[in-house]
Design a protein around this ligand. Structure first.
Ligand code: GFB
Length: 308
């Protein structure tokens, strides 16, 4: 990827896409191509191919997807399965057909079996049953991995597949129903603080463990792998460290400055018990995450205060 390469970032308004654009711009890549959802329906095969034929990008970051937390995944299976299959299939086909040099497909660590050994290695993919709450998204992303591998096998198309852990940071979704846990708790504790409420409700038991990667670290890893990684096998992107939801809630409560109590609502699903990923492959390629969870939460809270 050269400084003047034409780079299409699909999903540039989302958490990952916006961070990748920030990173590319700060690294001097000025020739970025982006289209808002209102300008280009990625579920429409003809529109997507016409867009690629017109713009002829050389590199593609496929960060466009229907995403959300455990509640959104569990209650919108069609959106998470059908729309993600359409989006990725249209973009990968159009990229190949229109001479794109390299495409980075972004998946998620929810593709791994619910009960596989921890930390999760890339080779554990498809060795067991999926977590029910996000099986729809997981199947779509597994299909995307396989599609990238199929285009490489049949046509020699250089598509790589990157599997990030739970992501958070500036530009996150803070809607209390569709968001992931970390932004949801920032908002809940903040609103509890300004309204001086007695308690904040945290979903589930607080016992599950999750790993969290700060979004600007994720964007740096994506650009690093676009430059240096050219293999068909998937690569985990994460910190390799996890915390329980209870520990996360205590940390966010302290950073936000909420004085009340935490209450756990066991009527809400816990999802998978633990999904910390093995980052040996990523580290051996030469990349390591930098931002600590407390520093990342602090920066995210600052962003929330300025933008919500
Ligand atoms: O982040 P989250 O929604 O998704 O939930 P997953 C993580 C854990 O946080 C679950 C608990 O155990 C939730 O019960 N939790 C506690 C909360 N309070 C809250 C809250 O207020 N909001 C939310 N959302 N959770 C996602 C997948 O699974 O992992 C995505 O659904 C994606 O598709 C992502 O793959 C990486 O971590 O369980």
């Amino acid at each position: 990827m050269e400084r003047n390469s034409k780079i299409y970032v699909a999903g540039h308004n989302g958490l990952v896409g916006s961070a990748i654009c920030r990173r590319l711009k700060s690294d001097g890549y000025g020739n970025l191509i982006t289209r808002a959802h209102s300008q280009l329906d990625l579920c429409n095969e003809k529109d997507v191919n016409d867009f690629f034929a017109e713009t002829k990008p050389e590199y593609v970051f496929l960060a466009a997807a229907v995403v959300g937390g455990i509640h959104a995944n569990d209650t919108r299976p069609v959106d998470f399965l059908r729309d993600n299959l359409l989006i990725q299939t249209n973009i990968i086909e159009a990229a190949y057909r229109n001479g794109v040099k390299k495409l980075a497909f972004l998946g998620s660590t929810c593709i791994y079996p619910r009960d596989c050994p921890q930390p999760i290695k890339e080779e554990y993919l498809l060795t067991g049953s999926l977590e029910e709450t996000n099986q729809w998204y997981a199947i779509a992303k597994i299909a995307g991995i396989k599609l990238c591998q199929a285009y490489r096998k049949q046509y020699g198309f250089n598509a790589i597949s990157l599997m990030p852990t739970n992501l958070y940071g500036p530009g996150d979704n803070f809607d209390l129903l569709s968001s992931h846990v970390l932004p949801a708790l920032i908002r809940k504790f903040h609103e509890g603080k300004i309204n001086n409420t007695k308690e904040v409700v945290v979903w589930g038991s607080g016992k599950p463990f999750r790993e969290f990667l700060y979004i600007d670290d994720m964007a740096e890893a994506c650009c690093f792998l676009m430059q240096h990684y050219n293999d068909e096998s998937i690569v985990n992107i994460g910190t390799g460290k996890d915390v329980s939801i209870r520990e996360l809630a205590d940390l966010i409560k302290e950073i936000v400055g909420f004085q009340g109590n935490i209450v756990f609502d066991s009527s809400k699903p816990d999802g998978t018990t633990k999904k910390v990923i093995d980052v040996t492959k990523l580290n051996s390629l030469g990349w390591q995450s930098k931002t600590s969870l407390s520093a990342g939460i602090g920066t995210t809270y600052d962003w929330y205060l300025r933008n919500q």
